[in-house]
Design a protein around this ligand. Structure first.
Ligand code: ATP
Length: 322
C-alpha cells in the first residue's frame, strides 16, 4: 500500500504541492485530476522519487521511501510521450526492465509476447518503435512499464498526446488492462472522462492540495465546493431556494449542461436563446423565468432562437454541492 502523509514539494519559493494525505490500496487505481499547474505531476514525481519532498513522507507498506532511489522503488513509469528507446525494436523496449532484472532470454521472450497480447499488439516484436503510431507507442510504453510487474504503476497524462477518438478507446483498454492485471496505479490526468473511466477513486487537486477524494460517482454527484463543482463541468450554481424551484432539491446545486433536457412533455417551459450542434447532441441556451440555462436536445432538433421548448430535469446532470 502506498501512503502519502503531509506531503509537500517546493520549487524554491513556489509551493507546488502541500499537505497531501492520500493512500492507494493494493490493486486500486487512483486518478489525480486537476487543472493545469495544480501540482499533479509534481505529486506523481515525488512518489516516483524524482522530486524530493519538502515536507511529509511517501511510504510503502509503512516503510518510508525517502532513502530509496527511483530505480529501487519497484514502481513503473509511463509519461505522456512514451519515451521509448528509438534504437530498439518493440520487443527490445518491452524487455528492457526484464533484462535489468536478469530474467533469462527464453522467459523474457515469453513475457514480451504475453504483454504485447495484453496491450493489443500481438506480433509486433520486431517492429521499429519509430514507425509506430502514437497510440501504438503508448501501448508499447505501457507494456514496458508492466513487464517487471511493478508494485505500483505511475502514469503521467498517458493518453494526452493522442487524438480524441484514440484516447477514448485507449482509456477503455487501459482500464480493462489495469483491472485484469490487478495493477495498483496512480494516474495523473486533466481529462475528466479519462479519470472517471480509469479510477476506483478520483482525487481532485487544486493549487497544490487535494480538495476531494472519493469514488467517481460520489465526486461527480457531490462535489465538496463550488470550485470543484465548476471544474467538474457545473456551469451554473444555484442557491437552495432557486434549486428547489427548478429541480426540486433544497440544497446548493451545480447544473451541468445535461441537467435540462428538451422533451415534448417536460414540466418546465423555456425559450431558446441560442443553439449549437455538438458531436452527439444539440446544446441550447434557454431562458426560464428570466434566467438563462444550458440545456441539451437530440441531434435532429431544429429549434430556432425565440422558439418555446418543454424541458425536463435529468438528475445525472445535477450535483449537490457539499
Ligand atoms: N522544475 C520546476 N521548477 C519550478 N517550478 C516548477 C517546476 N515544475 C513545476 N513547477 C511549478 O509547480 C506548479 C505545479 O506544476 P505541475 O507540473 O506539478 O502541475 P500539473 O498539475 O501537473 O500541471 P500540467 O497539467 O500543466 O502539467 C506550477 O506552478 C509549476 O509552474
Amino acid at each position: 500500500m502506498l501512503e502519502m502523509t503531509g506531503l509537500g514539494v517546493r520549487y524554491g519559493d513556489v509551493t507546488a504541492v502541500s499537505d497531501v494525505d492520500l493512500t492507494i490500496g493494493d490493486g486500486e487505481v487512483v486518478a489525480l485530476l486537476g487543472p493545469s499547474g495544480c501540482g499533479k505531476s509534481t505529486l506523481l514525481r515525488a512518489v516516483a522519487g524524482l522530486e524530493r519532498p519538502s515536507a511529509g513522507a511517501v511510504s510503502w507498506d509503512g516503510a518510508d521511501l525517502a532513502g530509496t532511489p527511483v530505480h529501487r522503488r519497484g514502481f513503473g513509469l509511463v509519461f505522456q510521450d512514451g519515451q521509448l528507446f528509438p534504437h530498439r525494436d518493440v520487443a527490445g523496449n518491452v524487455a528492457f526492465g526484464l533484462r535489468m532484472l536478469r530474467v533469462e532470454r527464453e522467459e523474457r521472450a515469453k513475457r514480451v509476447t504475453r504483454l504485447l497480447e495484453l496491450v493489443g499488439l500481438a506480433g509486433y516484436e520486431r517492429r521499429r518503435v519509430t514507425e509506430l503510431s502514437g497510440g501504438e507507442q503508448q501501448r508499447v510504453a505501457l507494456a514496458r512499464a508492466l513487464a517487471p510487474e511493478p508494485r505500483l504503476l505511475l502514469l503521467d497524462e498517458p493518453l494526452s498526446a493522442l487524438d480524441r477518438a484514440l484516447r477514448e478507446q485507449l482509456a477503455l483498454d487501459l482500464a480493462r488492462l489495469l483491472r485484469e492485471t490487478g495493477t495498483t496505479a496512480l494516474v495523473v490526468t486533466h481529462d475528466h472522462d479519462e479519470a472517471f473511466t480509469l479510477a476506483d477513486r478520483v482525487a481532485v487537486m487544486r493549487t497544490g492540495r487535494i480538495r476531494q477524494v472519493g469514488p467517481p460517482s460520489q465526486v461527480w454527484r457531490e462535489p465538496v465546493d463550488v470550485e470543484v463543482a465548476r471544474f467538474l463541468g457545473c456551469g451554473k450554481v444555484l442557491p437552495p431556494e432557486a434549486a428547489h424551484a427548478l429541480v426540486g432539491v433544497r440544497a446548493r446545486v451545480g447544473l451541468r449542461a445535461t441537467a435540462l433536457r428538451v422533451t415534448g412533455d417536460g414540466p418546465l417551459a423555456g425559450v431558446v436563446v441560442e443553439r449549437v450542434h455538438r458531436r452527439d447532441h444539440v446544446r441550447l441556451l434557454v431562458e426560464l423565468d428570466g434566467e438563462r440555462y444550458e440545456a441539451v436536445g437530440p441531434v435532429g432538433g431544429r429549434w430556432e432562437p425565440g422558439e418555446r421548448v418543454r424541458l425536463a430535469v435529468d438528475p445525472d446532470g445535477v450535483a449537490i454541492i457539499g
